[in-house]
Design a protein around this ligand. Sequence first.
Ligand code: URA
Length: 205
Amino acid sequence: MEHMDGLTVSGCERCPALCASRSRIVNGSGPADASLLFVGEAPGAREDERGVPFVGRSGDVLWSALRERGVLREDVRITNCARCRPPNNRDPTREELANCRGYLEAEIDRVDPDLVVTLGKVPSEHLLERDVAVTKEAGRVVEHRVAGTPRRVLVCVHPAATLYDRSQETTFAGALDEALVLSGLSDGGGGGNGERGGQSRLGEF
Ligand code: URA
């Protein structure tokens, strides 16, 4: 039976295609009181195997960029717009995103972070409810009501984008630097020299 305690969903069968393709539901991970919450698109193969978000190549990029800046995985919370792996790593459909929206909103309410960082186009457009030119808007913080509560949201390119478009590395690095300052995890004084900074077919990573 479907259940959600604010952070963890179990027994959800709202999306027939995803129920057929998933091995398990991949819930968010990290502290329930994190000041910084990353929001990705949907689990990929590795995440589906292990039941944890961002444990594949995208995660490698994100976690090593954070490590360079003195921040550990354990310091932040990370979740996805859709909690089940789409078949063939396709993007989640509008309907699937809508089915999972309440879970994401509940998690944001429960964690109550200082800053929400959207990783890539799908989460940015889903959360902000408009078209987003990610590369152009990356690093910019906007205020947006999520489930009635004003939230600070910062758009970031998806970490996987840096793997197939090196020009995204600087954009990614700049957005991450900004996110750490805005969430109080960095004083902005440097330490990381990040040169990291894209989009589409991201589920492969
Ligand atoms: N990409 C995502 O958007 N989410 C994951 O959990 C892994 C890769």
